[in-house]
Write a protein that binds this ligand. Structure first.
Ligand code: ARG
Length: 516
């Protein structure tokens, strides 16, 4: 028990200690584990209630967000031709499918919450006392400080662009670069603020937002695909007829194009966070993946066909809001439906992303690799207030210098490192956990392919077109290592951390859920 916890139960309201006790009470323990959406341990295990259908909608609902509406231009620009662009969208889907199948093996071999963090800890943690847990720590470090906030930043900026564009058209106003920079950041901040509030305020509000908004996004997708097929039927094929003419041949360019795709497909591993909540997981986990990812891939490819049917490659590349331009051509007076659908889609995904961000911090805190307060939850609302606020604040900081394109490259680079590491973990465990029961075992070639492709995705853009954000990620990883040695490995207490923890507990009314 940390000093902080003892002290706070002294001088703060006794609610905090009540909460610590409340974990033995069936009702509140379900609530608190529910708030983080995972089965913390045996006594707090959630009921298995996610069936195949919910599993599929959960994956599709997380994956489809902003990417298909904001990355189409950059993917096309990097691909150089409509033909290669479509192939790359399909290839990203295949890569995600192979990755997800490999995650099925890991997720059923280690059926614990926490996703990659726990996998790294299990795969490498026991191999070497010092080096073993480093990768898990670095993963947590980069996820909490870079990946999650950058996701929120990209999503909120996409929200801003799609929210403001029909309004500007309606009032016939075209702001200059500076003004549109300010408007975008303001709207993005409001978006983050509102979703943060919902996530801190109530778990059920956060999950209902998710359900309503998934329906909205699927409607937008259906309209775009339907409209595209209709135009295709009318014979608008000249852009598609360009085929592979002008295709990029450099590895770096193709890898950078892939980053846009990685963003659009990210979230394919979401079911791995709730393996414990799946009904019949050995059947439903792979089945949900085999249905959801190809379904998303087909939607993404068809949406791109639709864009390319209605708009020229130049229009797609030069547009920030390609789906709005598409709507203006196809839908006429009903064109407002598209930005509405996109805004809804993006809010839903931001909400889900922020919701999930709380879980990782919680698990990391439970393993003792992060400051205690990051694993605490609100004493009444049972929501992970501290990590949610941290993610949102960092997200807001990132939108100040960042724009969608650079943030997506940043995200793609960072996430590829960990996809690669997860495949290494799978392969390592084939040796270290040779005799353990594997309900699902994928052909070894699958993780090898994903590992090699991920490694290329990390290296190729650095070699071909070095950008400062890749350097930042590497620097940040290095900073994590420096932090790891004294504070995690030698368990030195960060000076002032105890008083900071108490201060945070009082300010945010948060307390620990379980005794570590
Ligand atoms: N693929 C989503 C999009 O295109 C982003 C999902 C981010 N969330 C996550 N859990 N990876 O907007």
């Amino acid at each position: 028990e940390s000093i902080a916890r003892q002290r706070s139960s002294h001088d703060d309201t006794n609610k905090i200690s009540q909460l610590a006790l409340a974990k033995n009470d069936g009702n509140s323990s379900t609530k608190s584990s529910n708030s983080l959406g995972d089965g913390d341990n045996d006594e707090m295990r959630l009921k298995r209630q996610v069936g195949l259908f919910s599993g599929v909608t959960l994956i599709v609902g997380t994956m489809i967000g902003s990417g298909i509406f904001v990355s189409a231009g950059s993917l096309l620009a990097n691909a150089g031709s409509p033909g290669l662009c479509l192939v790359l969208w399909a290839a990203c889907g295949l890569y995600s499918l192979l990755g997800a199948l490999s995650y099925c093996e890991i997720g059923t071999l280690i059926p614990k919450s926490g996703g990659e963090y726990i996998y790294f800890l299990e795969a490498f943690g026991k191999m070497h006392k010092f080096f073993g847990p480093i990768l898990a720590f670095i993963f947590a470090w980069v996820t909490v400080f870079l990946i999650n906030p950058s996701s929120v930043a990209i999503l909120s900026l996409s929200f801003a662009k799609y929210f403001i564009s029909p309004i500007l058209t309606a009032i016939n106003f075209c702001p200059d670069v500076y003004l549109s920079y300010v408007i975008d950041r303001l709207l993005a901040t409001i978006c983050i603020g509102l979703i943060t509030f919902v996530n801190c305020y109530s778990v059920s509000a956060a999950t209902s937002v998710q359900n309503v908004f998934t329906v909205g996004k699927l409607t937008a997708i259906a309209i775009i695909i339907g409209g595209g097929l209709y135009y295709l039927g009318l014979g608008y094929t000249e852009n598609l007829a360009i085929g592979f003419e002008g295709s990029a041949s450099s590895f770096g360019q193709i890898a950078t194009a892939f980053y846009g795709g990685l963003w659009a497909y990210s979230g394919w591993n979401n079911l791995n966070f709730i393996t414990e909540e799946l009904k019949d997981p050995y059947r439903n986990l792979p089945l949900a993946i085999i249905i959801a990812i190809p379904l998303t891939t087909i939607c993404y490819v068809l949406i791109n066909v639709s864009y390319l049917t209605v708009l020229t490659p130049e229009q797609i590349i030069n547009s920030d809001v390609v789906a709005v331009d598409w709507g203006n051509v196809v839908l006429g007076p009903a064109s407002f439906l598209i930005p509405l659908g996109v805004v809804v889609s993006v809010i839903g995904t931001t909400n889900g992303t922020l919701f999930a961000a709380g879980r990782v911090s919680h698990v990391v805190g439970r393993e003792g690799q992060s400051p205690d307060f990051l694993s605490y939850i609100h004493i009444e609302k049972k929501t992970p207030v501290a990590p949610t606020l941290l993610t949102s604040l960092l997200g807001i900081l990132m939108i100040i210098p960042g724009d969608i394109g650079t943030l997506i490259d940043f995200f793609g680079f960072a996430i590829s490192i960990f996809y690669c590491a997860a495949m290494v973990a799978l392969i390592v465990m084939r040796f270290t956990k040779k005799d353990e029961h594997r309900p699902i075992k994928v052909p070894i070639i699958i993780p090898i392919i994903v590992m090699v492709v991920s490694a290329i995705l990390v290296v190729a853009p650095i070699v071909a077109a070095p950008q400062v954000q890749y350097f930042y990620v590497l620097l940040f990883i290095l900073a994590g290592l420096i932090f790891y040695v004294p504070f995690v490995y030698y368990k030195k207490r960060v000076p002032g951390m105890d008083s900071f923890t108490i201060w945070t507990q009082k300010l945010l009314l948060v307390a620990p859920t379980t005794t570590h």
